[in-house]
Write a protein that binds this ligand. Sequence first.
Ligand SMILES: *[C@@H]1O[C@H](CO)[C@@H](O)[C@H](O)[C@H]1NC(C)=O
Ligand SMILES: *[C@@H]1O[C@H](CO)[C@@H](O)[C@H](O)[C@H]1NC(C)=O
Ligand SMILES: *[C@@H]1O[C@H](CO)[C@@H](O)[C@H](O)[C@H]1NC(C)=O
Ligand SMILES: *[C@@H]1O[C@H](CO)[C@@H](O)[C@H](O)[C@H]1NC(C)=O
Ligand SMILES: *[C@@H]1O[C@H](CO)[C@@H](O)[C@H](O)[C@H]1NC(C)=O
Ligand SMILES: *[C@@H]1O[C@H](CO)[C@@H](O)[C@H](O)[C@H]1NC(C)=O
Ligand SMILES: *[C@@H]1O[C@H](CO)[C@@H](O)[C@H](O)[C@H]1NC(C)=O
Ligand SMILES: *[C@@H]1O[C@H](CO)[C@@H](O)[C@H](O)[C@H]1NC(C)=O
Ligand SMILES: *[C@@H]1O[C@H](CO)[C@@H](O)[C@H](O)[C@H]1NC(C)=O
Ligand SMILES: *[C@@H]1O[C@H](CO)[C@@H](O)[C@H](O)[C@H]1NC(C)=O
Ligand SMILES: *[C@@H]1O[C@H](CO)[C@@H](O)[C@H](O)[C@H]1NC(C)=O
Length: 843
Amino acid sequence: MLRRGVCSPSTLFTLSLVMPFLSQCSAGNFNPCLEVVPGLTYRCMDLNLSRVPAEIPPSTQNLDLSFNPLGSLGSNNFSAVPALKFLDLARCCLQTIENYAFEDLCNLSTLILTGNPLRYLGPSAFFGLSSLRRLIAVETNIFSLADLPIRHLHTLEELNVGNNHIESLTLPKYFTNLTSLRFLSLQSNRISYISKGQLDVLQERKGPYLTLVLSLNDIKYIQPGAFEGIQLHELSLRACFNNFTVMKDCLQGLAGLQVNRLILGEFRNIWRVENFQNGLLDGLCQVQMQEFVFICFKRFKNNTDTLFECLLDVSTIRFVDLYLSQVSAVPEFSQVQSLECKLCKFGEVPAVKLSLFKKLRVLRITKSKYLTNFVKGFKDLPSLEVLDLSENELSFTMRCSFLLAGTPNLRHLNLSFNNLITLKDPFSCPNGLLSLDFQHSILKNFGTIPLFRFFTNLTYLDISYTSVQILCECVFWGLESLQVLKMAGNSFKDNSLANNFRNLTQLRTLDVSNCKLLQVSSSTFANLRNLRDLNISNNRLKTLDSMTFLPLQALTVLDFSNNQLTFLTHTALKSLIDRLIYLDLSHNMFDCSCTHLSFFEWVKKQKQLLQNIERMVCSSPVNMKNVSVLNFDLSNCQLSITLVAVSASMALVAVLIMFLIYKYYFHLYYAVVLLSGCKHSSERGDTYDAFVIHSSKDVDWVKEELVKTIEEGVPPFRLCIHYRDFVPGVPIVSNIVQEGFLSSRKVIAVISSHFLESQWCKFEFEIAQSWQFVEGKAGIILIVLEEVDKAMQRRLLGLSRYLRRNTYLEWKDKEVSKHVFWRQLRTALLDGKTWNHEEVRLM
Ligand SMILES: *[C@@H]1O[C@H](CO)[C@@H](O)[C@H](O)[C@H]1NC(C)=O
Ligand SMILES: *[C@@H]1O[C@H](CO)[C@@H](O)[C@H](O)[C@H]1NC(C)=O
Ligand SMILES: *[C@@H]1O[C@H](CO)[C@@H](O)[C@H](O)[C@H]1NC(C)=O
Ligand SMILES: *[C@@H]1O[C@H](CO)[C@@H](O)[C@H](O)[C@H]1NC(C)=O
Ligand SMILES: *[C@@H]1O[C@H](CO)[C@@H](O)[C@H](O)[C@H]1NC(C)=O
Ligand SMILES: *[C@@H]1O[C@H](CO)[C@@H](O)[C@H](O)[C@H]1NC(C)=O
Ligand SMILES: *[C@@H]1O[C@H](CO)[C@@H](O)[C@H](O)[C@H]1NC(C)=O
Ligand SMILES: *[C@@H]1O[C@H](CO)[C@@H](O)[C@H](O)[C@H]1NC(C)=O
Ligand SMILES: *[C@@H]1O[C@H](CO)[C@@H](O)[C@H](O)[C@H]1NC(C)=O
Ligand SMILES: *[C@@H]1O[C@H](CO)[C@@H](O)[C@H](O)[C@H]1NC(C)=O
Ligand SMILES: *[C@@H]1O[C@H](CO)[C@@H](O)[C@H](O)[C@H]1NC(C)=O
């Protein structure tokens, strides 16, 4: 392989480490570069290139050529890509960079040369880089800063020459010309002695104070005075010293230094100094600094009496990842305003000792898994404004009168991510509090009474995931300045939001996500005129009611994702569109049936407003389950709407026909019979003189009076009577038509209130009327048995009563009237009667 030919053995070693990755990628020889942003950004990493590939357009601004065996750079090698701003040449086996190699790159801002075993760097190699701000030359075989041809790089801000072989910290004269330089890293070089004069050039230099990183050099000695009169922004000396003695002595050598931030300590995996012992930091008394950071120092014995001794005038102290379990002596007149202990080893909040830092404004003790107790209170810290005890394992009873009595001006209290906090008489807490954060700690005794009633200035309250159940609507009373209320992951009485937020008229942000909510009462938001952000996601709400949300006139962000919404009504949509700029409706249970067509049409038009729109999926109907709402084909719906309309009207017609058939069955049947059997009818001749229609309740009258008188009288008539003459086993309808009407000359209707009430009788009567109409011959004889409802009678009998051929008789239970009645009836029956021989003989 080419790279084996060109690279030095040490590079080969590095390459062999990345070889599995390389060989995997370079399987194909002619892989084109990856176009990350067309015309601007190209990644040509590890493509076995030996030059800038021709396919890269001249407009390219970001080019990654790392892991290619370029070998050497000659003049104007980058003339094809003059617009470059970022060029990565890491691990390109570069041994030679000739003069003017980058001459065309006047806009180049970042040049990465990491991991190239440079042998020759032309004195004009970096000419033309008139905009260069960052030069990363880590692991590039550099032996001295003086060899670096960068004297003309006036714009350079960051120079990283870590992991090289530089032995001397001497900053060359040309540094006075690097007036933009802010950051110089000499990490992991071979600097072991720092002596007077090496940094003098910084005193002459104009420009920003430098951040100087000397970590991971094995420093044996710093000559006192070496830093005298030097001003730095930051000095980092991590893991530089072999043992306690060396460290102590070297720190003495910092005397006279002025620095904004001094960072001492080691690394998580690199421990060199065996123990912290008194006197270690004595040298810092001679250093003027604002901030002191002590990081990753594992070995603390308990003799830390002098820890703070030389940090009197420091305003900020940060202890990070120290094995510090207690605070020792704190000197009087300390000026420390901000103290942070992160990942330290306190078992109890060292309130008593820390109260000696009288000027303390900010105190943070965080991320300690050992910190479990908060028993003793802070005393007399009138300046303390911020107390952050988050991310520990604290379990304690928060009795402010005791714990925070000495901090009357506390404004921000952070007790989040702890174990268990039991609230006791919070009325005694400093009532000027502005923010209070309990999130992810379990809060006890909250939810039934207005505990924070006196926190009238509180603007920020976070009780998310505190296992609180809000049982009383009064819980947030008094919080009249509250602007942010975060309470995700708790629960409310009846899983319902009631008037819990009535007093929070200033509220701007409300997070009630993950609260198992089933419903929101319509008055919940009545007073939240200033609310802008509402997160009500991850609940079980089925509706988004426009009336409930109406009072939220300032709302711009609404997260309603992960609920059980099936669709939004037209009114809800209208009231939302105007105000919102962010609406998340993803992961609801949309009903993708055509009923909600207008909603889905709206969705497709709101790609700007709707967040996570691709995660709005249907949950019903079954065949649409898990289909994105965006893929819901509206045209299908239009089609099926016509389909539905057509089939609906067809069904309607069918029903109508069925109804008509049902209603006029007899007429139809009768018509059919008539049409098919006029002959049949005349063949048969008239068997009966009259067919009697009557209510079954009047059967006695029919039997006793009508049948007896008419059939047994002279002349005798033959009547057709249901109960007697219908042929058993033949459907009743056929009987009525065939036995009744077709076999009779006349129809006698026995009208009574029973008759009028009976649907069946009415029906028979109607058929009788149409029979009369069709047959055109016979008459109907109406016998009115009793006084009946005149209106009903009129409606049923209608014209029949007045038709010429019809007879209208009224039955009166008196002998005289009866006589007349029978005579009239016989006369009516005689009309059209023909007598056969038998009958004549009988008469
Ligand atoms: C890289 O390219 C050179 C020719 O430029 C070729 O000889 C060599 O085999 C290539 N290496 C790989 C790994 O493809
Ligand atoms: C750089 O240019 C020289 C000629 O000036 C050429 O030989 C060499 O291959 C080029 N190298 C690259 C990496 O483009
Ligand atoms: C360098 O940047 C300037 C300003 O962005 C631009 O006008 C100029 O064309 C760029 N030069 C090259 C060679 O692309
Ligand atoms: C600083 O830059 C100026 C102009 O570029 C140059 O004349 C001078 O020699 C430089 N000084 C040093 C010490 O390199
Ligand atoms: C500390 O380290 C220095 C040099 O690394 C060595 O000379 C000296 O003996 C060591 N001192 C102790 C007490 O180990
Ligand atoms: C300090 O350490 C010594 C031994 O290392 C021990 O005897 C003493 O009890 C410790 N003192 C405290 C306060 O822990
Ligand atoms: C409280 O501390 C947590 C964890 O460090 C942090 O995420 C949160 O933002 C802090 N709260 C406030 C109000 O600053
Ligand atoms: C609340 O804020 C007001 C105005 O900023 C201030 O005057 C008042 O003293 C504060 N209340 C408390 C209890 O600090
Ligand atoms: C909260 O509001 C209710 C009803 O509007 C009112 O009765 C109560 O006094 C208010 N509480 C406070 C502390 O403002
Ligand atoms: C709403 O809360 C959920 C978690 O409960 C969170 O994932 C989401 O990002 C929040 N939405 C917004 C808009 O902040
Ligand atoms: C729904 O779709 C997502 C991704 O599209 C998939 O991960 C998930 O398993 C699907 N769920 C069901 C119930 O099909």
